[in-house]
Ligand binder design. Structure first.
Ligand code: LLP
Length: 473
């Protein structure tokens, strides 16, 4: 990051250096925030999240599909306040467990705006999805079709009475005479064997993936779903991976969906998943902007043959439609997570100690309990001292956890770091809070929303009592 008034592009929109030379996020001085809320803390610039949500919706409208449904993939930042913000912005919501479904309902998403995912949905989770009447369940495998059939026959979901939500595992109420049976709409998750360049742990489009039906199994899956009274197959879902920074794999995935669509009856809905990458380091090339990504997807939907050009047919027996494409979908959905939240958040830490051996070790009060991404994926971040951004001293920004792998930034460039400094890492809004944990009994960090100079706590820090709250004595 350049010193002076130029601010790194990886910081939240509107970030700046104030008159005191301190970094400001959402109009709030980060040193003041550290004083008021303590560290570590996730600091979210509300306007940044809203701007990105609007950019996705506007991009759909600009590219001729104002009806594009943008779902927030809640796994990226599963916090009620973040989800409520996106509900307010008119987004829909992707959930992947009963817990995320619970959060989405608590955040105010109407059930019909919720899409339920998961490669291993439990019976209890399917019961909850049916009972809450979520808009769509995305079916991942043959066993799930069978589970849904048994649950519907047992009275869950479409055949039971409309009414207030039940809790996980609760028995369905008696259906009143004449209660209208509305089938549960479902999508089929397909693994199109399209790979994008990303870390193997977050690549999902390859044939040998734990997610979804292989292309060859689609016709049989369609037959089995159609035999279940109470289920209505509406279309296809694909999600080829996360942190993808090129558009071509997304376009190829759309071409594969178009090729499969004729095997799925009307195939009214195409859900094209998430995956757009973000920039974590100012030194990295910028990924495609939201507008380009949405336009590329919509162009591919309009002209799938062009999008898939040069690709070999997937299924040798031609069962996937053999290149024929049907009508365009009546409903189009996308599921961004990272690209909505990553850059809208920074994490604040306090430097606890600085020591020099072969390297200069700057140890802070958080680490792998608030950001597992460097340890899981080798993810790289920047770090800046809040009141002395920029700098020349190469340091290892280390966490406080009892293992050597707990390094947040392996090569941070800081300005003469000292004990007591406030350090921030940008772009921590996706999958940081989501994967937070209490390793070493470290208390999980709070979430603070900032807007126009006002800061409000939306998730408090864990307390020591929280650590024993689940003990059964
Ligand atoms: N839809 C589905 C079905 C997904 O599985 C995911 C992410 C998304 C949408 C959102 O993808 P995004 O737009 O955020 O790339 N913990 C990892 C990321 C795991 C992504 C899982 N699925 C990380 O920290 O990089």
């Amino acid at each position: 990051m350049a010193i002076g008034s130029t601010i790194s592009d990886v910081l939240p929109l509107g970030s700046r250096l104030n008159e005191l030379g301190r970094l400001e996020v959402g109009g709030c001085d980060t040193i003041e925030l550290a004083r008021e809320f303590g560290t570590p803390a996730y600091i979210v610039a509300e306007d940044d999240l809203r701007a990105r949500a609007r950019a996705f919706r506007q991009a759909g409208a600009d590219a001729g599909r104002p009806d594009l449904q943008v779902l927030f993939a809640s796994k990226a930042f599963p916090c009620t306040a973040v989800m409520a913000l996106f509900a307010e912005e008119g987004l829909h919501c992707d959930v992947a467990s009963a817990g995320e479904l619970h959060l989405a309902l608590a955040a105010g998403f109407e059930p019909e705006r919720i899409v339920m995912h998961g490669n291993a949905k439990s019976v209890a989770e399917l019961q909850m999805a049916l009972r809450e009447r979520v808009g769509l369940i995305v079916i991942d495998n043959f066993d799930e079709i069978e589970r849904l059939r048994r649950l519907i026959e047992a009275g869950y979901g479409p055949l039971d009475a409309p009414g207030p939500g039940a809790t996980l595992g609760q028995r369905p109420p008696e259906a009143p005479a004449g209660a209208a049976a509305r089938p549960q709409e479902v999508l089929l998750r397909v693994t199109p064997d399209v790979r994008g360049q990303t870390h193997e742990k977050i690549s999902t489009g390859q044939a040998n993936s734990k997610f979804g039906f292989s292309v060859a199994d689609v016709p049989e899956a369609v037959r089995r779903i159609e035999r279940v009274q109470g289920l209505s197959l509406q279309g296809i879902h694909v999600h080829i991976g996360s942190q993808l920074t090129e558009l071509a794999p997304f376009e190829r995935a759309v071409a594969e969906v178009a090729r499969l669509a004729p095997t799925i009856g009307e195939c009214a809905i195409w859900d094209l998943g998430g995956g757009l990458g973000v920039r974590y380091l100012e030194a990295q090339p910028a990924p495609p902007p939201i507008e380009d990504y949405v336009r590329a997807l919509l162009d591919a939907v309009r002209d799938p043959a062009q999008a898939g050009a040069g690709r070999l047919p997937l299924s040798e027996d031609g069962s996937a439609g053999g290149g024929a494409t049907g009508a365009p979908p009546r409903r189009l959905m996308i599921e961004p997570g990272r690209s909505l939240t990553a850059n809208g958040c920074v994490t604040l830490y306090t430097v606890e100690s600085v020591k020099r051996n072969v390297s200069t070790w700057v140890a802070v009060d958080g680490g792998m309990s608030d950001n597992l991404r460097p340890m899981l994926y080798g993810a790289r971040y920047e770090a800046h001292i809040a009141d002395r951004p920029g700098g020349e001293t190469e340091c290892v920004l280390a966490g406080k956890h009892c293992e050597s792998g707990d390094v947040i930034v392996a090569q941070a460039l800081l300005d003469d770091p000292r004990e007591g400094d406030i350090v921030l890492t940008p772009a921590t809004g996706a999958y940081g809070y989501a994967m937070a944990n209490n390793y070493n009994g470290v208390l999980r960090a709070p979430v603070v929303f900032c807007r126009d100079g006002d800061a409000r706590l939306v998730v408090r820090r864990d307390t020591l009592d929280d650590l024993t709250a689940r003990d059964v004595r």
